[in-house]
Design a binder for this molecule. Structure first.
Ligand code: FAD
Length: 373
């Protein structure tokens, strides 16, 4: 069979691509080395934050606003509880570039935010110990996504709409033949399509060896949490930057446990086997301590953790492009630990590009060629 589109890697971005392709009537084949959702990629651990006034730069804002519309649409159409609008509270030193980018993004795109100085923030959120030289920015329209549930929903809906699945299948290589058709070689045979997207996450260099991507082992932990940190009493998701620049993030507690992670750090790895389970390294248990000893003292004991991975690009910004000289083979990479929230819109974009449609978004900041000079 000649597919209109072959999705290589049906995780966060791939499952969304498969869904939007099937929704638009394309014949689509979704391939994955496991059965998504699963714990081998970058999407497990229940939740991912979605922030609109973007601290990583305002060029992401149009994308994230469309992403939010699509998440809302998916929730409405399927009645699956994918998005929780808990608000996101960002706490950081007054001079923080990240915090200032949030304010700039909000001003540029007229997004509603509330800015508090330290004493106001301490009164409103006594759960945090906020130093005087910090401030806090609340974004009420943001919140978190249930990541595995979202992928499960995309996969099921795509199948219902006619997508073909080839799971538990490892892709070995991808290339065009002389007629411009894409040949996807796997351990279960070769599949042929008019176009393909490579959305394989951390291990993209197995298929595109020259990409400047560094796989990083990351951990995230769940701690016992008192009622005052619970989602049901309105406690928000949060990002906290300490004075040394390190960023932490967390989610409102659910069933008595609060999930907290550190954005920076982790271990550079070169093989899948090097992504050791949580607790394999001493620092897995201690990396959150600087936060728990300062701004967030109200959490209890460590309950459990998981290991996951980032596909880090040199500037920590995304790469969304075609393979050089092959317009019908697109790839998304370098999501650098902040890509899940964009999975919906990236899927929509990849399908539009496969159909040669004009895009509403400026993707020039995300081209691979920015690393050439
Ligand atoms: C601990 C942690 C916390 C995070 N927090 C946030 C957050 O709060 N907000 C946010 O927006 N983002 C967050 N992220 C980042 C986000 O989760 C990732 O950017 C996103 O999930 C990556 O999506 P992906 O589609 O590239 O990869 P994945 O979801 O991992 O999908 C890749 C898929 O490709 C498959 N695959 C790989 N190689 C092959 C092959 N050769 N053949 C076939 N299939 C293959 C894999 O099995 C997998 O299913 C976090 C990441 C981590 C690790």
């Amino acid at each position: 069979m000649l597919y209109d589109l072959i999705v290589i890697g049906t995780g966060s971005v791939g499952s969304s691509t498969g869904y939007y392709a099937a929704k638009r009537g394309l014949s689509v084949l979704e391939i994955d080395s496991a059965t998504p959702p699963h714990t081998n990629g970058s999407h497990h651990g229940e939740t991912r934050m979605i922030r609109h006034a973007y601290g990583e730069g305002s060029s992401y804002v149009p994308l994230v606003l469309r992403a939010q519309e699509l998440w809302n649409e998916l929730k409405r159409d399927t009645q699956v509880d994918i998005f929780h609008q808990t608000g996101v509270l960002n706490i950081a030193p007054k001079q923080s570039i990240f915090l200032n980018n949030i304010i700039t993004s909000a001003e540029k795109y007229e997004l509603p935010i509330e800015v508090y100085d330290a004493s106001e923030a301490r009164k409103k959120w006594p759960q945090f110990t906020i130093p005087d030289q910090f401030r806090a920015v609340l974004e009420k329209n943001s919140g978190y996504l249930k990541s595995e549930l979202a992928i499960d929903t995309y996969v099921k809906e795509a199948k219902r709409l006619g997508a073909h699945e080839q799971f538990n299948t490892q892709v070995i290589s991808v290339d065009n033949d002389d007629n411009g058709f894409v040949h996807v070689t796997t351990n279960a045979g070769t599949f042929i399509g008019k176009s393909a997207v490579i959305t394989v996450g951390t291990w993209v260099k197995d298929l595109i060896p020259n990409l400047p991507i560094q796989p990083v082992r990351k951990v995230v932990s769940w701690f016992e949490a008192p009622k005052q940190l619970a989602e049901e009493i309105g406690f928000p998701a949060f990002t906290i930057q300490l004075g040394d620049g390190t960023h932490y993030y967390g989610f409102p507690a659910n069933k008595g446990l609060i999930k907290i992670g550190r954005h920076q750090g982790g271990q550079y790895i070169t093989k899948r086997e090097e992504r050791l389970d949580f607790d394999a390294l001493n620092e897995d248990r201690t990396e959150i301590e600087p936060l728990l000893n300062s701004v967030l003292k109200t959490v209890g004991n460590l309950d459990h953790g998981v290991a996951c991975s980032y596909d880090l690009s040199p500037d920590e910004h995304f790469i969304v492009d075609d393979l050089p000289g092959k317009k019908n083979i697109q790839f998304v990479s370098g999501l650098s630990g902040h890509g899940f929230k964009f999975a919906s819109v990236l899927g929509e974009i990849l399908v539009a590009k496969a159909l040669n449609e004009t895009l509403d978004f400026d993707l020039s900041p995300f081209l691979l060629s920015r690393f050439n000079s």
